[in-house]
Design a protein around this ligand. Sequence first.
Ligand SMILES: *Cc1c(COP(=O)(O)O)cnc(C)c1O
Length: 382
Amino acid sequence: MEAIRSVTGDPEPFIPLHAPLFVGNEATYTAQTIADNWVSTNGEFNAKFETRLAEICGVSDVIATMNGTSALHLSLLMVGVRPGDEVLIPALTFVATANAVSHAGAIPHLCDAEWTTLGMDPAKLRRHLADIAEDRNGVTVNRQTGRRLAAIVPVHILGHSADIEGLLEVASEFGIVMVEDAAEGLGTLRNGVQIGSDGVLNALSFNGNKIVTTGGGGAIMTNDVELAGHVRHVATTAKKPHPWEYDHDAVGYNYRMPNLNAALGMGQLENLDMLVTAKRTLAARYAKAFAGVNGLRFFEEPPNQTSNYWLNGIVLDEEHSSAREDIIVALNDAGYGVRPLWRPMNELPMYVAAPQMDLSVATDARARIINIPSGSGLGLDS
Ligand SMILES: *Cc1c(COP(=O)(O)O)cnc(C)c1O
């Protein structure tokens, strides 16, 4: 507790796990959407927000959506995930990853994590697929269930990049298409490049607790210009462009981000560098404060990465994992918004029976990691 206090200062009366930070043009831009009488989709800020994001992420196309879950759902549909398919996801993730698979009518197939990145373990996945996957006339099938293994969705946990190179290799070996859940990864660089463009389609989230928020929002990013056109069309009720006619040529979705939210997001994006710097400053302060503390370590970014440190985490030594709950209770009582890592998906009633591999690392990480206050505001010079 002393180590956290030395970094965050005293709770007055409570320091949330993650508070957004609005110090730029957010209020001006959102007010402008009202003054312009243009708060819904297809506004000026929608276009600006998408263009700016595409520049930041180094992709040809961005489609801004209502939230990260809808971005993931539509991405899965658009890469061809169909009801009855299986989709490989990490057991250790926020529930939205699994839910998006379910929304597509598919079944999450739960994979284990590795300690370096907290993301999916490529080596373990390769061994698992070598065991269970089978090529049936060019279709990769789980021979235990008879279902198609349609896609793999790595997640960048706590803002640290998963081993995408390793996972891409496994995916291509087994003929499985990749969609990245980069919801937590805006501002994270791997080998100097913004993450979130290695899948065919890739999803971001701008929920209130993410590094950049639009209130609620998300985005699909891709370098496939033709596919981007289809995604945009289906996300916009599959309406064909026409000044007045209602011509819809498919069952579409109403998934586009409203202009009001994009305006807030534009104000945030203008400060992305500052938000990332503040988070990295905060992480460096925590790393120093926890350096001398026995029984735990501060979770540091994996090699070859410049992480956005979306959520900071401490890892209890194995012999102290039983103290996790008591520590969380004591810190919350003292005004520090700390939380455990998510329950692995196999511990949630909807996904207990999901196909899965050995999940010992995910289980261990859940038992030992505590997330500590991480809002960018805490990393500003006071
Ligand atoms: C936040 C988050 C999402 C979903 O985003 P929403 O915008 O809340 O729908 C998906 N996956 C992960 C890993 C997330 O952290």
